[in-house]
Ligand binder design. Structure first.
Ligand code: GLV
Ligand code: MN
Ligand code: MN
Length: 413
């Protein structure tokens, strides 16, 4: 479906660039970790812009922000869009920010053109999508959707020992509204693809049909600290050596399940971190992803068996904590169809695609009919300061978002 409303692509682009100044890095990216002062500044700016576009603001107890534009029938559940404005430590200008600014542009377009919708429209900013400071990812939308316990989530600490709840209070975004427990009519999220498929095929719009499964782990290997100069090689219980073998093994688990598997070690901390003491303890993170749940279970079993073998060979104690299992999630056929029809009506080249990344929409899919709209990014690179996208693609995705949301908001009850 094509509406006769056109979004303002230049205004959307300018807003994205302004938002990217908050936490801008020398290499052209953004470092705006969740619940920091920079996150607060970005939230404040979003709220100011939404109020200028006539929206009313609610902040819930997880710090999720909702900007609402009333519908002709306020008893209808809102048609919602949104994403996140926290970033990775070496993040880009588009991951998350695009989905929020696209929502803002929808709001501004409706406001400028004085368009009334039947159902209310809401733009959400979800807290801690990235999971970079507080693992796992997507905890704001996860609590909203009833997947995570709120108190447990707020008790989680970052690597400096600061609790999520304390950080939320400190930036002044622990809101009064209850998190979740209210109906949402539909949820749509715009996002850059963060992979190479759309660009390689010359497609403007990815019709996202769902997201792949993930398992995240925290692994601790414990050996024995001892003197680097005096401890013979065969007497060492070197935890870092165990970690090195484990990391290679994790990569092998991915490489033997091409093309769909993903296997990553992202964090490694070696103790005591002295060059002439054999490392006695190593903490590392592991994550696996696969669109097929059975394949992911096989990766999990292989990893556990290989980790036990490696630890046994070196005489290390092994602890594996699975801290997150995110199931493969299909989106709602009617919302996927609305996105596909909007892309087709606008004449944008498009294809169906499965999301390799996690997104708030994947938790919203538990409580509302949901779909996502992807646009290409340069070289498929994301979670990198060089992350880039084309203004015409950014505008096209937002236009599809507006068309799909209006159609949904005006659908017969
Ligand atoms: C979120 O950015 C993810 O890890 O997929
Ligand atoms: Mn994202
Ligand atoms: Mn991300």
């Amino acid at each position: 479906m094509k509406t006769n409303l056109t979004i303002n692509g230049q205004r959307l682009w300018d807003s994205l660039m302004s938002l990217a100044e908050i936490g801008a890095t020398a290499k052209g990216g953004v470092c705006r970790l969740t619940l920091t002062d920079l996150d607060k500044q970005a939230r404040d700016l979003f709220i100011r812009w939404c109020k200028e576009a006539g929206a009313t603001i609610t902040v819930d107890s997880m710090g999720n922000i909702f900007a609402r534009r009333e519908g002709r029938d306020p008893t209808r559940p809102p048609v919602m869009t949104g994403s996140h404005i926290d970033t990775q430590p070496t993040g880009g200008k588009f991951d998350g920010a695009y989905g929020v600014m696209a929502g803002l542009e929808v709001l501004r377009s409706l406001h400028d053109m004085e368009v009334e919708t039947e159902a209310p429209i809401e733009i959400a900013v979800w807290t801690n999508e990235e999971g970079a400071r507080y693992a796992p990812a997507m905890t704001g939308s996860g609590v909203f959707a009833g997947v995570f316990d709120e108190a447990e989530t707020k008790a989680k600490t970052d690597r400096d020992g600061i609790a999520f709840g304390a950080a939320l209070q400190k930036i002044g975004y622990a809101g009064d509204a209850a998190c979740g427990g209210r109906p949402v009519g539909a949820f749509f999220e715009c996002h850059i693809e963060q992979g190479p498929i759309l660009e390689a095929e010359g497609k403007t719009i990815g019709i996202v049909t769902g997201g792949q499964a993930q398992r995240w782990y925290e692994v601790t290997l414990t050996g024995q600290e001892s003197h680097a100069g005096t401890t013979p090689m065969e007497r060492r219980r070197d935890a870092l050596l165990g970690a090195a073998r484990l990391i290679d093994n994790v990569n092998h688990i991915g490489m033997t399940r091409l093309p769909s598997a993903r296997a990553t070690c992202g964090v490694i901390e070696s103790y005591p971190g002295s060059r002439n003491t054999i490392p006695g303890r190593v903490f590392l993170t592991v994550e696996f992803r696969h669109p097929d749940e059975a394949e992911l279970a096989d990766m999990d079993a292989t990893f556990r068996a290989q980790a036990a073998r490696i630890a046994g060979e070196i005489g290390l104690a092994l602890e594996i904590k699975e801290i997150w299992h995110f199931p493969a999630t299909p989106f709602a056929p009617e919302c996927v169809a609305a996105v596909r029809e909007a892309a087709a009506a606008r004449g944008y080249p498009h294809r169906d695609i499965i999301s390799g990344a996690g997104h708030d929409a994947l938790y919203m899919a538990r409580v509302a009919p949901t779909a996502m709209i992807f646009v290409p990014c340069d070289d498929g690179i994301s979670h990198n300061e060089i992350e880039a996208a084309k203004p015409e693609h950014i505008a096209a995705g937002c236009q599809v978002l507006l068309d799909a949301m209006i159609r949904r908001a005006n659908a017969p009850k």
